[in-house]
Design a protein around this ligand. Structure first.
Ligand SMILES: Nc1ncnc2c1ncn2[C@@H]1O[C@H](COP(=O)(O)OP(=O)(O)OP(=O)(O)O)[C@@H](O)[C@H]1O
Length: 205
């Protein structure tokens, strides 16, 4: 399989709760040797089940700021009072294994990469929830949010969906039916391409 998979980075962006982790989990399970996750740094607290140095490099604000000053990140963003960033090293480590690097980043990071790192020639994919309402339901069901963090995630989601409306992404995938969304992501990841979905309205019904 490896020879068929393109090696330019695949950037997956989408609101928190849109299903990025769920879909990437399926992709990595089906193709354990062809893709590599760029492991981000974050200052947020680990959630239950997350593995240190595998889900994220969990660091404190002081360490994160030192890494920023050292120019270690190709992009970083703040979200819900926490930093998230992708180090150049994390991307390079995946390439060294001859795997397609997948970056799970937010719209702020996408903008930075578009501005400063077009040399990476990434493929940009936006994963959208079917609606803001369904996103809220999924986040509540996931049980990971307080009322405040839920509100800030929904606000951020509206902004990200607006950004996606500008045509910044090569592909838009709406995660309504999980299997259909996966089929599309799988095709894009393998370099086969797919038809983009139409972005839903980003207003709360
Ligand atoms: N198509 C779908 N239908 C119903 N539920 C879904 C679907 N896709 C994902 N979910 C559920 O929605 C929740 C959010 O998904 P997930 O955690 O993968 O989102 P995420 O984009 O990775 O979020 P974050 O950026 O916060 O890590 C999970 O509980 C997941 O099981």
């Amino acid at each position: 399989m490896s020879s068929r998979v393109p090696l330019n980075p695949l950037i997956l962006c989408g609101p928190s709760g849109s299903g990025k982790s769920t879909l990437l989990g399926k992709l990595f399970k089906e193709f354990p040797n062809d893709f590599g996750f760029s492991i981000s740094h974050t200052t947020r607290q680990p959630r239950e089940g997350e593995i240190l140095g595998k889900s994220y490099h969990f660091v404190n604000r002081d360490v994160f700021q030192k890494l920023i000053q050292a120019g270690s990140f190709i992009e970083y963003a703040t979200f819900s009072n926490n930093y998230y960033g992708t180090s150049a090293k994390a991307v390079a480590e995946v390439g060294l294994q001859n795997r397609r690097c997948i970056l799970d980043i937010d719209a702020q990071g996408v903008k930075i990469i578009k501005d400063k790192h077009q040399n990476l020639q990434p493929t940009f994919v936006f994963l959208s929830p079917p609606s803001i309402d369904s996103l809220a339901r999924r986040l509540v069901k996931r049980g990971s949010e307080t009322e405040e963090s839920l509100r800030s995630r929904l606000d951020a989601a509206k902004g990200e969906m607006e950004y996606a409306q500008t045509g910044a992404f090569d592909y838009v995938i709406v995660n309504d039916d999980i299997e259909q969304a996966y089929e599309k992501l799988r095709k894009v990841a393998l370099g086969e391409g797919t038809e983009s979905d139409i972005l839903p309205d980003n207003r709360i019904a």
